[in-house]
Design a protein around this ligand. Structure first.
Ligand code: PHE
Length: 496
C-alpha cells in the first residue's frame, strides 16, 4: 500500500511546528524563565536546545523518514526486540494526550465565559470551585463534572475531524491552527507592552539573574528545568516526530527542517513570555503588588492569574476571547499530533483497517481515559500524571532512543543518511552527542529527579495517588511495552 504524503514541505513544517508549539510555550516557558534567572535562563535553555533538542529532533526525523514507519515499526526495523521503545513512546504520548485534552476542555469553558468575563473578581475560587469543583484532596474522587465532560467530548470531536483523513486532513487544518494563534499572540503582545507599567513585568521576566545559574543550591534545578522543558516543548520522545517524518519522502531534507522547527518554536516561547509578563506587570501595578507574587505557571497561570489580568483591560471580553481562542488553537495541533502518532503505529501494523476507523478508536480511548481527570479530584491526578510522565517517561524514552541509535544502529550510519538528503551537513559532533553526551545527560537527569522524588514525595500527595498515577503508571507503561515487543516477536516467528 502506498504511504500517505504531506502535500508540501511547508505543510509538513506547519504540522511539526504546530505540534511543538502548545501549552508548553505559553504557560510553562515564561514562568520557568521568570523563576529561574530571567534573561539568564536563556543560557541553559538555548544550550539545552543545541545539545539536546536539535540533535534529538534530527534523530527522530531521520529514523521516521528512513524507515517510513511510525515509532514501533521504525525501532522494530532496527532490531526486532526494540519495538518496545516505540511502544513506550506512544503509550507515554497517549497518556499525555488524555490529560492535555482535559486542559483544552477547560479552555473551551473559559471561551464560553469570556464574553461576560464570568469569572468575576475571585478568579481562583471561580476556577477551583465553580469550574473544576476541586475536592479537598486526592483521596476524595467525588463525581464527574458534567460541563467539563461535555467540553472534553467537543475537543475530541474537533481532534477526530482534524485527523480523520490522516495527514491530508492534518495538512488542511494546520494551515489555520498554526498561523492563527501566532497572529493572536502578536496582538496580545502589542496590547501587553502598550499597557502602563508593563515594563515591571518584563523586567521580572527578562532581567538576567546570572547568579542563579551557578548558585550552589539552585543550579541543578535550573539546568534540569531547562532540559525537561526542551523535551516537552519539542514534542520529543512521543513518537510524534517519527510518525510525521514517516510521511515525508525518503529523500527530503532533515537537518534544515529540524533547525527551522526548533528555532521557530523557541522564538514563539520567548514572545509568549512578553505577552504574559507585560500584562502581569500592568496587573501588579493595578493591584499594588509585586510581579513575583502573582507569577504562576500551568493551570493557575491560564485560568486564575491571566483571567484576572484580562478583566482589568479595557475591552476585556474581546481580549479574553482572543486569549482562549489562541490557547485552544495552540493546543489542538499538539493534541492531534499525539493521536496521529498512535494511529500511525496501529495502521502500520494493521494496514487493512481503515485509518479513519483507527483514528476513531484512538479518540474514543483517549476520551475514555480522560474521564478520570474530569472528576472532582481531576486536577490532582492531572498534576501527578504530568509530573511523572514528563520527568521520567519522556526522559527514559529519549534515553532509550539515543542508546539504540548510538550503540546499536550506529550514529555514524544514520548521520551519513542525514547528510545524503539534507541541505545543511552535520558533522561528527552529532554522533558524539547522540552516543555519549546525551545519554550521560539524561541518566543524570533521571537520577537527580528520582532522588528528589524519593526524598520529597511530589507536592505532598498521598502515597496511593503517587503510586497509581505516578510510579505504577510508569511501571505499567514500560512492562507492557516490553511484553508487547516480546509478543510481536513471537507472532512473527510463528508466521515465518
Ligand atoms: N510540545 C507541546 C507543548 O509545548 C506539548 C506536547 C507534548 C505536544 C507532548 C505533544 C506531545 O505544549
Amino acid at each position: 500500500m502506498k504511504r500517505d504524503r504531506w502535500s508540501s514541505r511547508t505543510i509538513f513544517l506547519f504540522a511539526a511546528i504546530g505540534s511543538a508549539v502548545g501549552l508548553g510555550n505559553v504557560w510553562r516557558f515564561p514562568y520557568l524563565a521568570g523563576k529561574y534567572g530571567g534573561g539568564a535562563f536563556l543560557i541553559p535553555y538555548i544550550l539545552m536546545l543545541i545539545v539536546l533538542g536539535i540533535p534529538l529532533l534530527i534523530l527522530e526525523f531521520a529514523i521516521g523518514q528512513r524507515m517510513q514507519l511510525g515509532a514501533v515499526g521504525s525501532f522494530k526495523k532496527i532490531k526486532h526486540k526494540l519495538s518496545g521503545v516505540g511502544f513506550a513512546a506512544v503509550f507515554c504520548g497517549f497518556i499525555v494526550c488524555s490529560y492535555y485534552t482535559v486542559v483544552m476542555a477547560w479552555s473551551v469553558l473559559y471561551l464560553i465565559f469570556s464574553p461576560t468575563t464570568a469569572w468575576g473578581e475571585d478568579t481562583k475560587t471561580f476556577f477551583l470551585q465553580k469550574v473544576l469543583h476541586t475536592s479537598a484532596g486526592a483521596s476524595e474522587v467525588g463525581h464527574i463534572v458534567l460541563p467539563i465532560l461535555f467540553a472534553l467530548l467537543i475537543c475530541w470531536l474537533l481532534i477526530y475531524f482534524s485527523i480523520w483523513k490522516g495527514v491530508r486532513s492534518v495538512g488542511k487544518v494546520v494551515t489555520v491552527t498554526m498561523p492563527l494563534p501566532a497572529i493572536l499572540l502578536i496582538v496580545l503582545v502589542i496590547r501587553g507592552i502598550t499597557l502602563p507599567h508593563s515594563g515591571d513585568g518584563l523586567e521580572f521576566y527578562l532581567k538576567p539573574k546570572l547568579d542563579l545559574l551557578f548558585n550552589k543550591e539552585m543550579w541543578i534545578e535550573v539546568w534540569t528545568a531547562a532540559a525537561s522543558q526542551i523535551f516537552f516543548t519539542l514534542s520529543l520522545a512521543f513518537g510524534i516526530m517519527i510518525a510525521y517524518a514517516s510521511y515525508k519522502h525518503e529523500t527530503s531534507d532533515i537537518s534544515k527542517n529540524s533547525i527551522i522547527i526548533a528555532v521557530t518554536n523557541s522564538a514563539i516561547s520567548i514572545v509568549a513570555g512578553l505577552a504574559v509578563f507585560s500584562t502581569l506587570g500592568y496587573m501588579a501595578f493595578k493591584r499594588g503588588v509585586g510581579v513575583s507574587e502573582i507569577a504562576a505557571s500551568g493551570p493557575m497561570l491560564a485560568f486564575d492569574v491571566f483571567p484576572k489580568a484580562l478583566s482589568l483591560l479595557p475591552l476585556a471580553p474581546l481580549f479574553a476571547v482572543l486569549f482562549f481562542v489562541m490557547l485552544l488553537t495552540l493546543a489542538i495541533d499538539s493534541a492531534f499530533s499525539l493521536v496521529e502518532a498512535v494511529a500511525t503505529v496501529v495502521h502500520d501494523r494493521h494496514p487493512h483497517i481503515r485509518k479513519q476507523d483507527i483514528s476513531m478508536y484512538v479518540c474514543i480511548a483517549g476520551f475514555a481515559c480522560g474521564i478520570i481527570f474530569t472528576s472532582f479530584a481531576g486536577l490532582y491526578y492531572l498534576d501527578i500524571t504530568d509530573h511523572f510522565i514528563t520527568t521520567y517517561g519522556l526522559v527514559a524514552v529519549g534515553l532509550l532512543e539515543v542508546i539504540v541509535v548510538g550503540w546499536l544502529y550506529g550514529a555514524e550510519k544514520l548521520r551519513s543518511y542525514i547528510n545524503e538528503v539534507s541541505e545543511i551537513k552535520i558533522g561528527r559532533w552529532w554522533s558524539v552527542l547522540i552516543s555519549v553526551v546525551i545519554p550521560i545527560l539524561l541518566i543524570g537527569l533521571l537520577v537527580f529527579s528520582f532522588y528528589n522524588d524519593i526524598t520529597k514525595p511530589y507536592e505532598g500527595y498521598p502515597r496511593w495517588a503517587l503510586w497509581v498515577f505516578g510510579w505504577g503508571m510508569l511501571i505499567a507503561v514500560f512492562l507492557l511495552s516490553a511484553l508487547l515487543s516480546v509478543c510481536s516477536r513471537k507472532e512473527e516467528k510463528e508466521a515465518e
